[in-house]
Design a protein around this ligand. Sequence first.
Ligand SMILES: Nc1nc2c(ncn2[C@@H]2O[C@H](COP(=O)(O)OP(=O)(O)OP(=O)(O)O)[C@@H](O)[C@H]2O)c(=O)[nH]1
Ligand SMILES: [Mg+2]
Length: 293
Amino acid sequence: MKCATVAIIGRPSAGKSTLLNTITEMKVSITASTPQTTRNAIRGIYTDPRGQLIFTDTPGYHLSEKVMNKRLQDTAVRTLEDSDIILYIIDAKRTPGDEEKAITALLAKVKTPVVACINKSDILTIGEHDAAKAFLAEQLPAAVVITASAKLDEGVDEILIELYKLAPEGELLYPEDAYTDQPVEFRVSEIIREKAINLVTEEIPHAIYVTVEDIEHKEETNTIWIRAAIIVERETQKGIVVGKGGANIKKIRQGCTPEIRAIFPGKKLELDLRVKAQDKWRNNASVLDRILR
Ligand SMILES: Nc1nc2c(ncn2[C@@H]2O[C@H](COP(=O)(O)OP(=O)(O)OP(=O)(O)O)[C@@H](O)[C@H]2O)c(=O)[nH]1
Ligand SMILES: [Mg+2]
């Protein structure tokens, strides 16, 4: 049996979370077209007859001096240092610049084996693909390079083959049917956040966090009752998230209900969802301590 911890790292929007969901065949980590969707180290577990791969999805590595971004960077670096293998995802649609070089410099420093995945093969031109290959050959000559589409599940089996080649022998660390270890409150808040950030544009996705204030199991009616709040930074953003006549909040509720129900099979769901404003929460250490694990 083989068992390895695998850190998934790359720039924002490279497709890290999409790839983790494709590998586990589960919605483990939320995704969005806006960058910096993932804010935590998110574990996703894959088991097959070869053994177990324990992936940790990380926040997109983004060079920025903002308090919250620095914390996201720290999460990514910590995960790298704790893993047996690094799965480095490149979005070759974007030319590798300083940010991509900062990542390869980090990877060279930790000396952990790297499998590099040139992602989004479904939309890459030959020129873009060749440029990414040349970049990797120059920056990380020892890395194994695979081209894949996380979205279309192409090349993903090849990634698993390479990861198992590098994985040490070991017993399974999680039960065979485990696919994540996230607490229920966190999963619920992430599902709601995904639906909210996918409805708004510009700066607003970054200004959103979600807090689950209460979860109760009402046995007499077989109902899970959840009270959650979508927090933004300004009153004007609140109006946008709620939408005209509540249209957006209705869409958020409709979008998240089936996914939250799937976490509580056989139960009815009552979701009390509100939108609140909290000024400059992204600079508030106690909020960041709570939401960035
Ligand atoms: N065409 C195409 N799009 C992809 C592929 N993989 C991911 N995407 C899209 O790229 C966008 C970002 O995907 P995510 O999985 O959220 O990216 P991420 O690297 O986790 O981003 P952060 O959490 O912000 O760092 C989404 O719109 C995905 O649908 C792919 O293989 N092909
Ligand atoms: Mg992500």
